[in-house]
Each structure stands twice: as structure tokens, then as C-alpha cells.
Design a protein around this ligand. Structure first.
Ligand SMILES: Nc1ncnc2c1ncn2[C@@H]1O[C@H](COP(=O)(O)OP(=O)(O)OP(=O)(O)O)[C@@H](O)[C@H]1O
Length: 360
């Protein structure tokens, strides 16, 4: 069982402060959808409005086509999971999982069977009679998920549930959560400020800044085709150039910069105002001779070994740093500091976008 969630022009004011501004998004039944954005951008407020702990100041929230206006949290088909799990330490794991069923008067044998089925679902089949203190952080998180699933919510709302775990476990739990979501088919709405987490797990991501949803798209499009400088910068690194658009045609344009005329894709929202050219370091190439287009002379100023790749920093004559990432697979030679090179990029990998880089 799962349900879609429809937000139509939803806003939330706290006094004079608008925490969520005119959010419209349709989340599909069975979708893994993440709201991604920096601290304070309004993610938690959206989640609290969906779960019913706050009423929107304006707009409509529907879950499974039913308007949620006036519905209290316990009347909504949602379950909420936080970073702080609040498992009951004096109960066994299966009792923790089936607590919500006990409250609803379900008999013990049914509760036990259901808890066991859920433990298998979250890959902890032997944990039923253990106590909470005997489990690791990641295992506790899975028990919390099983407990939330026990009452058969149509929608799971997850508020940064992995942020208390260490890096390795967090990465492992990403795959686990995704697998659990696919197995259950329940709609997951996940909020996080960690772009790696959102991109790795989600069917679609809504990137937020200053109360506004900036872009809703699948992870590849968010990364490869960001609509503005905020999204481009929040989900990855960029070399950024200032300039002006010339001769736009067929989705491409010239971009007149201090380094000469570049060519790049013209973003749909880059019509006027403050616009810049964004290109990712992994799409920036260093070579000894100038490429036919989009080439900037630089002097190598820093070489930073990052493990899977090597970040080579070049400085232009005017002092701008341009970063090129070289994969650490032995296929490219890494230049020495002080070497003269040309940084260049393919026009198809560079985007002219509105510069809404203000990270809230
Ligand atoms: N009850 C409240 N009263 C007044 N302001 C609030 C209230 N709740 C949230 N805010 C403000 O609304 C804005 C959005 O808060 P929200 O908790 O939704 O952000 P967030 O994106 O979830 O951030 P974080 O990742 O830090 O939790 C913040 O500026 C916050 O200070």
C-alpha cells in the first residue's frame, strides 16, 4: 500500500518569516523522493506539514487524493522517522517493533509473526529476542524502520535518519534503505542536507533554498542539468566564469568572457539578469596545447590527491583558480606545479545559468 502526495502552492509562515514559499510538487505513489537543501531551507517544515504537526499558512496538501486539511497527525497514513530513534530500551526488539500493533489491540501471536516478517524485511532475521543495547547503530536504525512499517503507513517520512551514523555505516544504510523501500513499495519522503545521500537513494530529488523548491528532477538531471547556479553548486563543484551571452541559438550560446569567447549550453532560465557559466572539474581537461574552443591558459598551482581522483588547480593570469579532476586510474599524467597548461572543456558539458548561488 502506498499513496501519492500532492503539494499545491503550499506556504508556511512563522510570524513575518516565510519558511516555505509556494511549494508545488506531486510525489508519486511508491516513489523515493528526497528534499535536499542546506540547513534552514524549509525541509523539515515541509515534512511537518505533510505529517500534520503544522498546518500550512496557504495551499493544499493531499495524500492519496484526500485533502489533509484539519487531519491530525494520527489520522494521516504517515509514519515519521527521526535521527533520534526513541526505541524502548527495556523491551525486546520484537516488542519494540510491534508496539504500535499492541496499542491497536492486535493479539500477541499475530504481533510476533508480523515483527518477525518485518525483521526479515530489514535483514535482521535473528534479532527478535535481543535487547536494543545489543544492536549497532545501523541495526537500531533498521529496527526503527521496521517499527514504523508495522502500522502499515502509506507514506514514510524520514527526517535525516542517518545523520547520527558514521560515514561507512551511512553509506551502507543508503543501499539498505533503498532496498527496503523497493521491497515494501511504500512512498518514502526523505529529507537531507547531504547531496550524496539524496542522489544515491532517490527516484527524484527536490532541491530547496530559502523556502523555495528550486528544481525537481531525477538525480542525473539534478547533477547534469541543474536549472540554476544554486542547484549546480549545492550538488557538486564548479569552475565558474562571468561574461555575457551572445548569439543564442538551438539551446547553445556564445559567452563573452575576459578569457575570450566561450560556447556552452544555454540554460532555460538564463534569459536575463545575473548569469554565469558553470563547468564541473571532472569535465575540465588540462592539455599542453590550446583546444579549438573554450580554452584558458593556466599555470598549475596545486595538485591535491583525493584517492579516486587527483584535483589539479591551475591559476589564470588574472588569478582565477580553475580545477581539473584527473581520474586516478593511471590513464593521464599529472602535471608538475608550475607547468603551463590550457584548461578547456567541451561546450556540451558547460552551462550558462542564472547565478542564484546564495546558499541560505
Ligand atoms: N516553530 C518555528 N518558529 C519560528 N521559526 C521557525 C520555526 N520552525 C522553523 N523555523 C524557521 O524556518 C526556517 C526553516 O526551518 P526548517 O526546520 O524547515 O529548516 P531545515 O531545512 O529543515 O533545516 P535543518 O536541516 O537545519 O533542520 C528556519 O529559518 C527556521 O529557523
Amino acid at each position: 500500500m502506498s499513496a501519492g502526495i500532492d503539494l499545491q502552492n503550499v506556504s508556511c509562515d512563522f510570524g513575518n518569516f516565510r519558511a516555505v514559499d509556494n511549494a508545488t510538487v506531486a510525489i508519486k505513489p511508491g516513489e523515493f523522493f528526497s528534499f535536499l537543501g542546506p540547513s534552514g531551507c524549509g525541509k523539515t517544515t515541509i515534512l511537518r506539514m505533510i505529517s500534520g504537526f503544522i498546518e500550512p499558512t496557504a495551499g493544499t496538501i493531499k495524500i492519496g487524493d484526500k485533502d489533509m486539511k484539519g487531519q491530525r497527525p494520527n489520522q494521516r497514513p504517515t509514519a515519521l522517522i527521526f535521527q533520534n530513534l526513541a526505541l524502548f530500551p527495556l523491551m525486546s526488539i520484537w516488542e519494540n517493533i510491534s508496539f504500535g500493533l499492541e496499542v491497536r489491540g492486535v493479539d500477541k501471536a499475530t504481533r510476533r509473526a508480523k515483527a518477525q516478517a518485518l525483521l526479515e524485511m530489514v535483514d535482521l532475521p535473528g534479532a527478535a529476542d535481543k535487547m536494543v543495547s545489543q544492536l549497532s547503530g545501523g541495526q537500531k536504525q533498521r529496527v526503527a524502520i521496521a517499527r514504523a512499517l508495522a502500522v502499515e503507513p502509506a507514506v514514510m517520512l524520514l527526517d535525516e535518519p542517518l545523520s547520527a551514523l558514521d560515514l561507512k555505516l551511512r553509506q551502507h544504510m543508503r543501499a539498505e534503505l533503498r532496498a527496503i523501500q523497493k521491497r515494501t513499495g511504500v512512498t518514502f519522503i526523505y529529507i537531507t542536507h547531504d547531496q550524496g545521500e539524496a542522489l544515491a537513494m532517490s527516484d527524484r530529488v527536490g532541491v530547496m533554498s530559502q523556502g523555495r523548491i528550486q528544481q525537481v528532477a531525477n538525480p542525473r538531471d539534478i547533477y547534469n542539468n541543474p536549472v540554476n547556479g544554486f542547484v549546480a553548486s549545492f550538488v557538486g563543484e564548479n569552475n565558474i566564469f562571468t561574461g555575457t551571452v551572445t548569439n543564442p541559438a538551438g539551446g547553445m550560446a556564445g559567452f563573452d568572457t575576459a578569457f575570450g569567447m566561450f560556447r556552452a549550453r544555454l540554460g532555460e532560465q538564463a534569459k536575463s539578469g545575473n548569469i554565469k557559466l558553470y563547468v564541473r572539474p571532472e569535465h575540465t581537461i588540462l592539455s599542453e596545447t590550446a583546444a579549438a574552443e573554450n580554452a584558458v591558459p593556466v599555470t598549475v598551482s596545486e595538485v591535491s590527491f583525493e584517492g579516486a581522483f587527483i584535483a589539479v588547480h591551475g591559476k589564470t593570469a588574472s588569478g582565477q583558480t580553475i580545477v581539473a579532476e584527473v581520474r586516478n586510474d593511471g590513464s593521464a599524467t599529472v602535471p608538475e606545479i608550475g607547468a603551463a597548461r590550457f584548461a578547456h572543456f567541451n561546450a556540451a558539458h558547460a552551462s550558462i545559468l542564472p547565478d542564484t548561488t546564495a546558499v541560505a
